[in-house]
Design a protein around this ligand. Sequence first.
Ligand SMILES: *Cc1c(COP(=O)(O)O)cnc(C)c1O
Length: 403
Amino acid sequence: MNASSTNLETLAIHGGTPVREKLLPYGRQSIDDGDVQAVVEVLKSDWLTTGPKVGEFEERFAERVGAKHAVAFSSGTAALHGAAFAAGLGTGDEAITTPMTFCATANCILYQGAAPIFADVSRDTLNLDPDQVSAKLSSRTKAILAVDYAGHPAALEELGELAHRHGALLIEDASHALGAEHRGKRVGGIANMTVFSFHPVKHLTTGEGGMVTTNDHGLAETLRRFRNHGISSEARQRQEAGQWYYEMVLLGFNYRLTDIACALGLSQLRKLDANLARRREIAAQYTAAFRDLPEVTVPVTRDEGNPAWHLYPIRLQLEMLSVGRGEIFRALRAENIGVNVHYIPVHLHPYYRERLGHKEGDYPVAEEAYERLISLPMFHSMAETDVKDVCQALRKVIAQYVK
Ligand SMILES: *Cc1c(COP(=O)(O)O)cnc(C)c1O
Protein backbone atom coordinates (compact mmCIF):
# COMPACT_ATOMS: atom_id res chain seq x y z
CA MET A 1 0.00 0.00 0.00
CA ASN A 2 1.28 3.46 -0.80
CA ALA A 3 1.40 6.46 1.56
CA SER A 4 -1.88 7.94 0.36
CA SER A 5 -3.77 4.80 1.42
CA THR A 6 -4.69 6.46 4.72
CA ASN A 7 -6.93 8.85 2.73
CA LEU A 8 -8.72 6.08 0.87
CA GLU A 9 -12.40 5.57 1.46
CA THR A 10 -13.21 2.06 2.69
CA LEU A 11 -14.76 0.09 -0.15
CA ALA A 12 -18.25 -1.31 0.35
CA ILE A 13 -16.81 -4.75 -0.38
CA HIS A 14 -14.62 -4.25 2.74
CA GLY A 15 -17.50 -3.04 4.92
CA GLY A 16 -17.57 0.64 3.90
CA THR A 17 -20.63 2.61 2.84
CA PRO A 18 -21.63 1.97 -0.80
CA VAL A 19 -21.69 4.94 -3.18
CA ARG A 20 -25.40 4.24 -3.81
CA GLU A 21 -28.13 2.71 -1.70
CA LYS A 22 -29.89 0.99 -4.60
CA LEU A 23 -28.35 -1.02 -7.44
CA LEU A 24 -28.10 0.89 -10.72
CA PRO A 25 -28.61 -1.65 -13.55
CA TYR A 26 -26.30 -1.64 -16.61
CA GLY A 27 -29.27 -1.26 -18.93
CA ARG A 28 -33.05 -0.98 -18.73
CA GLN A 29 -36.11 -0.01 -20.76
CA SER A 30 -37.99 3.31 -20.64
CA ILE A 31 -41.77 2.92 -20.89
CA ASP A 32 -44.09 5.94 -20.68
CA ASP A 33 -47.87 6.45 -20.68
CA GLY A 34 -47.91 6.79 -24.46
CA ASP A 35 -46.39 3.32 -24.79
CA VAL A 36 -48.98 1.86 -22.40
CA GLN A 37 -51.82 3.59 -24.26
CA ALA A 38 -50.61 2.26 -27.63
CA VAL A 39 -50.59 -1.31 -26.32
CA VAL A 40 -54.01 -0.97 -24.67
CA GLU A 41 -55.52 0.25 -27.96
CA VAL A 42 -54.32 -2.88 -29.76
CA LEU A 43 -55.60 -5.13 -26.97
CA LYS A 44 -59.09 -3.70 -27.60
CA SER A 45 -58.79 -4.01 -31.40
CA ASP A 46 -59.57 -6.86 -33.81
CA TRP A 47 -55.97 -7.88 -34.42
CA LEU A 48 -53.59 -9.09 -31.71
CA THR A 49 -51.24 -10.60 -34.29
CA THR A 50 -50.81 -10.51 -38.13
CA GLY A 51 -52.74 -7.23 -38.12
CA PRO A 52 -52.06 -3.70 -39.37
CA LYS A 53 -49.55 -2.68 -36.68
CA VAL A 54 -46.95 -5.09 -38.02
CA GLY A 55 -46.72 -3.50 -41.46
CA GLU A 56 -46.93 -0.03 -39.97
CA PHE A 57 -44.01 -0.71 -37.62
CA GLU A 58 -41.99 -2.27 -40.45
CA GLU A 59 -42.59 0.75 -42.70
CA ARG A 60 -41.67 3.35 -40.08
CA PHE A 61 -38.63 1.34 -39.04
CA ALA A 62 -37.37 0.95 -42.62
CA GLU A 63 -37.75 4.71 -43.13
CA ARG A 64 -35.87 5.46 -39.91
CA VAL A 65 -32.84 3.34 -40.81
CA GLY A 66 -32.86 4.17 -44.51
CA ALA A 67 -33.70 0.72 -45.87
CA LYS A 68 -36.25 -0.31 -48.52
CA HIS A 69 -37.66 -3.24 -46.56
CA ALA A 70 -38.02 -4.24 -42.92
CA VAL A 71 -39.31 -7.62 -41.73
CA ALA A 72 -40.30 -8.01 -38.06
CA PHE A 73 -39.42 -11.15 -36.08
CA SER A 74 -40.32 -12.48 -32.63
CA SER A 75 -36.76 -11.85 -31.35
CA GLY A 76 -33.37 -10.66 -32.52
CA THR A 77 -32.28 -14.30 -32.47
CA ALA A 78 -35.18 -15.32 -34.75
CA ALA A 79 -34.25 -12.40 -37.03
CA LEU A 80 -30.65 -13.67 -37.17
CA HIS A 81 -31.97 -17.13 -38.03
CA GLY A 82 -34.05 -15.60 -40.81
CA ALA A 83 -31.02 -13.75 -42.20
CA ALA A 84 -28.89 -16.92 -42.11
CA PHE A 85 -31.65 -18.76 -43.99
CA ALA A 86 -32.16 -16.00 -46.55
CA ALA A 87 -28.39 -15.86 -47.17
CA GLY A 88 -28.71 -19.48 -48.30
CA LEU A 89 -26.53 -20.95 -45.55
CA GLY A 90 -26.77 -24.73 -45.36
CA THR A 91 -24.80 -27.88 -44.59
CA GLY A 92 -21.22 -27.61 -45.79
CA ASP A 93 -21.28 -23.80 -45.93
CA GLU A 94 -19.30 -21.42 -43.77
CA ALA A 95 -20.01 -17.96 -42.37
CA ILE A 96 -17.27 -15.83 -40.87
CA THR A 97 -18.14 -14.05 -37.64
CA THR A 98 -16.71 -12.45 -34.51
CA PRO A 99 -16.05 -14.10 -31.16
CA MET A 100 -16.72 -10.76 -29.39
CA THR A 101 -20.52 -11.05 -29.31
CA PHE A 102 -23.53 -12.64 -27.68
CA CYS A 103 -23.67 -16.33 -28.60
CA ALA A 104 -26.88 -15.89 -30.69
CA THR A 105 -24.83 -14.29 -33.49
CA ALA A 106 -22.86 -17.48 -34.11
CA ASN A 107 -25.66 -19.87 -33.11
CA CYS A 108 -27.83 -18.78 -36.07
CA ILE A 109 -25.15 -20.17 -38.42
CA LEU A 110 -25.37 -23.51 -36.61
CA TYR A 111 -29.21 -23.49 -36.85
CA GLN A 112 -28.74 -23.71 -40.63
CA GLY A 113 -26.30 -26.62 -40.36
CA ALA A 114 -23.43 -24.38 -41.51
CA ALA A 115 -20.11 -23.79 -39.74
CA PRO A 116 -19.32 -20.57 -37.87
CA ILE A 117 -15.72 -19.59 -38.67
CA PHE A 118 -14.40 -17.02 -36.23
CA ALA A 119 -11.97 -14.25 -37.13
CA ASP A 120 -10.26 -12.08 -34.54
CA VAL A 121 -11.21 -8.47 -33.84
CA SER A 122 -9.41 -5.13 -34.18
CA ARG A 123 -7.78 -3.89 -30.99
CA ASP A 124 -9.47 -0.47 -30.95
CA THR A 125 -13.16 -1.11 -31.69
CA LEU A 126 -13.26 -4.85 -30.95
CA ASN A 127 -15.11 -5.22 -34.25
CA LEU A 128 -14.19 -7.85 -36.88
CA ASP A 129 -10.73 -7.16 -38.36
CA PRO A 130 -11.08 -7.24 -42.19
CA ASP A 131 -7.53 -8.67 -42.56
CA GLN A 132 -8.39 -11.54 -40.25
CA VAL A 133 -11.64 -12.11 -42.15
CA SER A 134 -9.79 -12.10 -45.46
CA ALA A 135 -7.49 -14.87 -44.19
CA LYS A 136 -10.52 -17.02 -43.32
CA LEU A 137 -12.37 -16.76 -46.64
CA SER A 138 -12.75 -20.11 -48.41
CA SER A 139 -14.69 -21.65 -51.27
CA ARG A 140 -17.38 -22.49 -48.67
CA THR A 141 -17.84 -18.94 -47.35
CA LYS A 142 -21.43 -17.83 -48.00
CA ALA A 143 -21.65 -14.94 -45.57
CA ILE A 144 -19.72 -12.56 -43.35
CA LEU A 145 -21.68 -11.87 -40.16
CA ALA A 146 -20.34 -8.72 -38.50
CA VAL A 147 -21.41 -7.22 -35.18
CA ASP A 148 -21.42 -3.50 -34.34
CA TYR A 149 -19.86 -4.06 -30.93
CA ALA A 150 -21.23 -1.71 -28.22
CA GLY A 151 -22.95 0.28 -31.00
CA HIS A 152 -19.85 1.24 -33.02
CA PRO A 153 -20.41 0.24 -36.67
CA ALA A 154 -18.17 -2.54 -37.96
CA ALA A 155 -15.81 -1.90 -40.92
CA LEU A 156 -18.82 -2.22 -43.21
CA GLU A 157 -17.22 -1.07 -46.47
CA GLU A 158 -14.15 -3.30 -46.25
CA LEU A 159 -16.24 -6.28 -45.12
CA GLY A 160 -18.86 -5.62 -47.80
CA GLU A 161 -16.20 -5.55 -50.51
CA LEU A 162 -14.62 -8.76 -49.23
CA ALA A 163 -18.01 -10.46 -49.24
CA HIS A 164 -19.07 -9.25 -52.67
CA ARG A 165 -15.76 -10.12 -54.33
CA HIS A 166 -16.25 -13.59 -52.90
CA GLY A 167 -19.89 -13.97 -53.97
CA ALA A 168 -20.96 -13.93 -50.32
CA LEU A 169 -23.38 -11.68 -48.42
CA LEU A 170 -22.62 -9.26 -45.62
CA ILE A 171 -25.03 -9.68 -42.70
CA GLU A 172 -24.74 -7.09 -39.95
CA ASP A 173 -25.87 -7.90 -36.43
CA ALA A 174 -26.77 -4.35 -35.39
CA SER A 175 -28.45 -5.38 -32.13
CA HIS A 176 -26.28 -2.72 -30.45
CA ALA A 177 -26.41 -0.13 -33.19
CA LEU A 178 -29.94 1.14 -33.89
CA GLY A 179 -29.39 4.82 -34.80
CA ALA A 180 -25.65 4.48 -35.48
CA GLU A 181 -24.06 5.88 -38.65
CA HIS A 182 -21.12 4.79 -40.77
CA ARG A 183 -19.56 7.40 -43.07
CA GLY A 184 -22.74 9.45 -42.79
CA LYS A 185 -25.00 6.53 -43.76
CA ARG A 186 -27.46 4.98 -41.35
CA VAL A 187 -26.87 1.46 -40.12
CA GLY A 188 -29.72 -0.60 -41.59
CA GLY A 189 -29.34 0.27 -45.27
CA ILE A 190 -25.65 -0.58 -45.76
CA ALA A 191 -25.15 -4.35 -45.45
CA ASN A 192 -27.12 -6.90 -47.53
CA MET A 193 -29.16 -7.60 -44.41
CA THR A 194 -29.08 -5.83 -41.05
CA VAL A 195 -30.46 -7.42 -37.90
CA PHE A 196 -31.85 -5.57 -34.86
CA SER A 197 -33.03 -6.73 -31.43
CA PHE A 198 -35.80 -5.21 -29.33
CA HIS A 199 -34.87 -6.85 -26.03
CA PRO A 200 -35.51 -4.47 -23.07
CA VAL A 201 -31.83 -3.50 -22.69
CA LYS A 202 -31.62 -2.38 -26.34
CA HIS A 203 -32.44 1.10 -27.71
CA LEU A 204 -36.07 0.30 -28.44
CA THR A 205 -38.07 -2.49 -26.89
CA THR A 206 -41.08 -4.62 -27.79
CA GLY A 207 -40.52 -6.99 -24.83
CA GLU A 208 -39.03 -9.58 -27.14
CA GLY A 209 -38.65 -8.74 -30.82
CA GLY A 210 -36.33 -8.23 -33.74
CA MET A 211 -36.12 -6.92 -37.30
CA VAL A 212 -34.20 -7.57 -40.49
CA THR A 213 -33.77 -4.67 -42.92
CA THR A 214 -32.61 -5.01 -46.52
CA ASN A 215 -32.71 -3.16 -49.85
CA ASP A 216 -33.21 -6.45 -51.72
CA HIS A 217 -36.81 -7.30 -52.58
CA GLY A 218 -36.06 -11.02 -53.00
CA LEU A 219 -34.40 -11.31 -49.59
CA ALA A 220 -37.33 -9.46 -47.98
CA GLU A 221 -39.81 -11.89 -49.57
CA THR A 222 -37.84 -14.91 -48.31
CA LEU A 223 -37.62 -13.39 -44.81
CA ARG A 224 -41.41 -12.83 -44.73
CA ARG A 225 -42.09 -16.42 -45.71
CA PHE A 226 -39.50 -17.83 -43.32
CA ARG A 227 -41.08 -16.13 -40.28
CA ASN A 228 -44.53 -17.46 -41.24
CA HIS A 229 -44.06 -21.25 -41.68
CA GLY A 230 -42.85 -20.78 -45.25
CA ILE A 231 -46.34 -19.72 -46.36
CA SER A 232 -46.47 -17.39 -49.33
CA SER A 233 -49.31 -15.10 -48.17
CA GLU A 234 -50.39 -13.77 -44.79
CA ALA A 235 -53.65 -14.46 -42.93
CA ARG A 236 -54.96 -10.92 -43.18
CA GLN A 237 -54.32 -10.77 -46.94
CA ARG A 238 -56.36 -13.97 -47.29
CA GLN A 239 -59.16 -12.76 -45.04
CA GLU A 240 -59.36 -9.48 -46.93
CA ALA A 241 -59.35 -11.30 -50.25
CA GLY A 242 -61.95 -13.78 -48.93
CA GLN A 243 -59.68 -16.70 -49.81
CA TRP A 244 -58.90 -19.97 -48.03
CA TYR A 245 -56.15 -21.28 -50.33
CA TYR A 246 -52.48 -20.87 -49.40
CA GLU A 247 -49.20 -22.52 -50.27
CA MET A 248 -46.29 -23.48 -48.07
CA VAL A 249 -43.22 -23.12 -50.26
CA LEU A 250 -40.29 -23.47 -47.85
CA LEU A 251 -39.69 -24.86 -44.35
CA GLY A 252 -40.21 -21.84 -42.11
CA PHE A 253 -41.06 -21.19 -38.48
CA ASN A 254 -43.58 -19.20 -36.50
CA TYR A 255 -41.31 -16.24 -35.79
CA ARG A 256 -44.03 -13.57 -36.09
CA LEU A 257 -44.06 -10.46 -33.93
CA THR A 258 -47.50 -9.60 -32.48
CA ASP A 259 -49.48 -6.41 -33.12
CA ILE A 260 -49.27 -5.78 -29.37
CA ALA A 261 -45.47 -5.74 -29.61
CA CYS A 262 -45.45 -3.72 -32.85
CA ALA A 263 -47.68 -1.04 -31.31
CA LEU A 264 -45.15 -0.73 -28.49
CA GLY A 265 -42.34 -0.63 -31.05
CA LEU A 266 -44.04 2.18 -33.02
CA SER A 267 -44.49 4.23 -29.88
CA GLN A 268 -40.88 3.59 -28.78
CA LEU A 269 -39.53 4.48 -32.22
CA ARG A 270 -40.80 8.06 -31.79
CA LYS A 271 -38.47 8.48 -28.82
CA LEU A 272 -35.40 6.99 -30.46
CA ASP A 273 -33.73 10.32 -31.20
CA ALA A 274 -34.05 11.49 -27.61
CA ASN A 275 -32.74 8.12 -26.44
CA LEU A 276 -29.71 8.31 -28.74
CA ALA A 277 -28.96 11.88 -27.71
CA ARG A 278 -29.03 10.94 -24.03
CA ARG A 279 -26.76 7.91 -24.59
CA ARG A 280 -24.26 10.06 -26.50
CA GLU A 281 -24.32 12.60 -23.69
CA ILE A 282 -23.63 9.94 -21.06
CA ALA A 283 -20.80 8.46 -23.16
CA ALA A 284 -19.21 11.92 -23.48
CA GLN A 285 -19.49 12.44 -19.73
CA TYR A 286 -17.83 9.11 -18.95
CA THR A 287 -15.08 9.74 -21.48
CA ALA A 288 -14.33 13.16 -19.99
CA ALA A 289 -14.47 11.81 -16.44
CA PHE A 290 -11.91 9.05 -17.03
CA ARG A 291 -9.50 10.97 -19.25
CA ASP A 292 -7.02 11.39 -16.39
CA LEU A 293 -7.37 7.83 -15.10
CA PRO A 294 -4.55 5.89 -16.79
CA GLU A 295 -5.73 2.59 -15.28
CA VAL A 296 -8.87 2.77 -17.46
CA THR A 297 -9.07 2.76 -21.28
CA VAL A 298 -12.30 4.25 -22.62
CA PRO A 299 -14.00 3.04 -25.84
CA VAL A 300 -12.51 4.31 -29.11
CA THR A 301 -14.63 5.97 -31.81
CA ARG A 302 -13.20 5.89 -35.33
CA ASP A 303 -13.65 8.94 -37.56
CA GLU A 304 -16.06 7.11 -39.86
CA GLY A 305 -18.35 5.93 -37.05
CA ASN A 306 -21.09 7.66 -35.09
CA PRO A 307 -21.88 5.01 -32.47
CA ALA A 308 -25.29 4.38 -30.91
CA TRP A 309 -23.80 3.50 -27.48
CA HIS A 310 -25.72 0.39 -26.48
CA LEU A 311 -22.82 -0.29 -24.10
CA TYR A 312 -19.99 1.71 -22.60
CA PRO A 313 -17.28 -0.92 -22.14
CA ILE A 314 -14.07 0.20 -20.44
CA ARG A 315 -10.87 -1.84 -20.46
CA LEU A 316 -8.71 -2.07 -17.34
CA GLN A 317 -4.95 -1.56 -17.61
CA LEU A 318 -4.31 -4.62 -15.48
CA GLU A 319 -0.54 -3.98 -15.45
CA MET A 320 -1.20 -0.92 -13.27
CA LEU A 321 -3.57 -2.66 -10.86
CA SER A 322 -2.93 -5.01 -7.96
CA VAL A 323 -6.03 -7.16 -8.66
CA GLY A 324 -7.76 -8.61 -11.70
CA ARG A 325 -11.02 -7.70 -13.41
CA GLY A 326 -13.02 -10.05 -11.15
CA GLU A 327 -12.10 -8.15 -7.98
CA ILE A 328 -12.79 -4.73 -9.56
CA PHE A 329 -16.12 -6.03 -10.85
CA ARG A 330 -17.17 -7.34 -7.42
CA ALA A 331 -16.04 -4.12 -5.73
CA LEU A 332 -18.17 -2.04 -8.15
CA ARG A 333 -21.19 -4.28 -7.60
CA ALA A 334 -20.74 -3.84 -3.83
CA GLU A 335 -20.91 -0.07 -4.42
CA ASN A 336 -24.29 -0.82 -6.09
CA ILE A 337 -23.08 -0.09 -9.59
CA GLY A 338 -24.61 -2.82 -11.81
CA VAL A 339 -21.63 -3.41 -14.05
CA ASN A 340 -21.58 -6.29 -16.52
CA VAL A 341 -19.12 -8.00 -18.88
CA HIS A 342 -19.64 -8.11 -22.66
CA TYR A 343 -18.63 -10.66 -23.77
CA ILE A 344 -17.23 -14.05 -22.89
CA PRO A 345 -15.78 -14.77 -26.36
CA VAL A 346 -18.21 -17.16 -28.04
CA HIS A 347 -15.57 -19.79 -28.90
CA LEU A 348 -14.79 -20.22 -25.18
CA HIS A 349 -18.29 -21.42 -24.24
CA PRO A 350 -18.37 -25.16 -23.38
CA TYR A 351 -20.59 -25.96 -26.38
CA TYR A 352 -18.15 -24.35 -28.80
CA ARG A 353 -15.10 -25.94 -27.11
CA GLU A 354 -16.46 -29.41 -26.50
CA ARG A 355 -18.73 -29.91 -29.50
CA LEU A 356 -16.93 -27.81 -32.08
CA GLY A 357 -13.27 -28.04 -31.02
CA HIS A 358 -12.51 -24.37 -30.35
CA LYS A 359 -9.91 -23.55 -27.71
CA GLU A 360 -8.31 -20.82 -25.67
CA GLY A 361 -5.61 -18.98 -27.61
CA ASP A 362 -7.46 -19.14 -30.95
CA TYR A 363 -8.44 -15.42 -31.00
CA PRO A 364 -5.90 -13.60 -28.81
CA VAL A 365 -7.14 -10.03 -29.32
CA ALA A 366 -10.70 -10.92 -28.27
CA GLU A 367 -9.45 -13.04 -25.38
CA GLU A 368 -7.11 -10.37 -24.04
CA ALA A 369 -9.87 -7.76 -24.24
CA TYR A 370 -12.27 -10.08 -22.42
CA GLU A 371 -9.93 -10.26 -19.39
CA ARG A 372 -10.09 -6.47 -19.09
CA LEU A 373 -13.65 -5.52 -20.03
CA ILE A 374 -16.29 -4.03 -17.76
CA SER A 375 -19.52 -2.48 -19.11
CA LEU A 376 -20.66 0.58 -17.16
CA PRO A 377 -24.38 1.40 -16.80
CA MET A 378 -25.77 3.01 -19.97
CA PHE A 379 -29.46 3.67 -20.63
CA HIS A 380 -31.80 6.47 -21.66
CA SER A 381 -33.35 7.28 -18.29
CA MET A 382 -30.09 7.50 -16.30
CA ALA A 383 -30.14 10.68 -14.21
CA GLU A 384 -27.19 13.04 -13.77
CA THR A 385 -26.74 11.70 -10.23
CA ASP A 386 -26.58 8.14 -11.61
CA VAL A 387 -23.77 9.12 -13.98
CA LYS A 388 -21.93 10.86 -11.12
CA ASP A 389 -22.32 7.77 -8.89
CA VAL A 390 -20.74 5.58 -11.56
CA CYS A 391 -17.80 7.97 -11.97
CA GLN A 392 -17.32 8.28 -8.23
CA ALA A 393 -17.51 4.52 -7.64
CA LEU A 394 -15.02 3.72 -10.39
CA ARG A 395 -12.54 6.27 -9.04
CA LYS A 396 -13.00 4.98 -5.49
CA VAL A 397 -12.39 1.37 -6.50
CA ILE A 398 -9.47 2.08 -8.84
CA ALA A 399 -7.76 4.27 -6.17
CA GLN A 400 -7.84 1.31 -3.81
CA TYR A 401 -6.18 -1.07 -6.22
CA VAL A 402 -3.56 1.08 -7.96
CA LYS A 403 -0.21 -0.69 -7.71
C1 LIG B 1 -29.36 -8.83 -27.90
C2 LIG B 1 -28.49 -9.46 -28.92
C3 LIG B 1 -28.91 -10.54 -29.73
C4 LIG B 1 -30.16 -11.33 -29.47
O1 LIG B 1 -31.29 -10.65 -29.49
P1 LIG B 1 -32.62 -11.20 -28.79
O2 LIG B 1 -33.63 -10.20 -29.21
O3 LIG B 1 -32.37 -11.20 -27.31
O4 LIG B 1 -32.89 -12.56 -29.31
C5 LIG B 1 -28.08 -10.95 -30.75
N1 LIG B 1 -26.89 -10.38 -30.97
C6 LIG B 1 -26.43 -9.40 -30.19
C7 LIG B 1 -25.09 -8.81 -30.47
C8 LIG B 1 -27.21 -8.91 -29.13
O5 LIG B 1 -26.74 -7.93 -28.34
